[in-house]
Ligand binder design. Structure first.
Ligand code: B16
Ligand code: MG
Length: 210
């Protein structure tokens, strides 16, 4: 491994909570009669909850007050957390499990770099609390991806400069954030073919060959 640290995005990389984000936003959009589908959902990957809501409301055809928007975000988050509550360590795929197990045997330091404020809850549900050397998430940043803040914070917590860390991302906003922060990026999922990424992963375990 060419890198001393790996910074993992969470939703869409280590677990499929991106599907739960979609279902929760879809329920809200349907209730408000706002068109929303999986393609539009891809625009929400890696961006904050309030920015996600703003993207959804672009199709609303009317304006909402800040108070209404705060209530919508709360409604979505309550449904999302209900879905998260049903998760368990079984929701980690065998491929993710094996990759984390193999990397943990090496000296490479492992971190989370996620925009999600629900990161501690998700890690707990997955049985991964305490597994990572550092966790930077939506609770400790002021700018979400594509701003590089969350990855810079993760690298700082690992005590490594960005050039020694590899970011793993499934969102174009995340690949852009990695690049803006001076990190190499391994892209997968929705962002797999992003030309700004140094590596294009079919599955997480492809990381073991980097
Ligand atoms: P929350 P990631 C991101 O997580 C999601 O991709 C994005 O869709 C979501 O809006 C954001 O977290 C905030 O999540 O509402 O739980 O704070 O991909 O950066 O791990
Ligand atoms: Mg993601």
């Amino acid at each position: 491994m060419k890198y001393q640290g790996i910074i993992f995005d969470l939703d869409g990389v280590l677990c499929s909570t991106d599907e739960y984000h979609y279902r929760a936003w879809k329920a809200l959009a349907d209730r408000l009669n706002i068109p929303f589908d999986r393609e539009r959902n891809n625009l929400l990957r890696g961006v904050s909850r309030m920015q996600s809501l703003d993207i959804i409301l672009e199709k609303a055809g009317r304006a909402y007050s800040e108070q209404e928007k705060a209530a919508f975000a709360e409604e979505k988050n309550a449904l999302y957390r209900q879905l998260l509550g049903g998760m368990s360590p079984d929701d980690l795929t065998e491929d993710v499990r094996r990759t984390l197990r193999e990397l943990r045997k090496t000296a490479v330091r492992l971190a989370i770099g996620s925009s999600s404020k629900n990161t501690p809850f998700i890690l707990e549900r997955l049985g991964l609390s305490g597994f990572f050397d550092a966790v930077a998430d939506g609770n400790c940043i002021t700018h979400s991806k594509p701003h590089p803040e969350v990855f810079l914070k993760a690298a700082e917590l690992l005590g490594l400069p960005p050039r020694d860390c590899l970011v793993v991302e499934d969102a174009h906003a995340g690949v852009e954030a990695a690049s803006a922060g001076g990190f190499d990026c391994a892209a997968m999922g929705d962002a797999k073919d992003d030309p700004r990424a140094a590596y294009h992963l079919k599955r997480l375990s492809d990381l073991l060959k980097v």
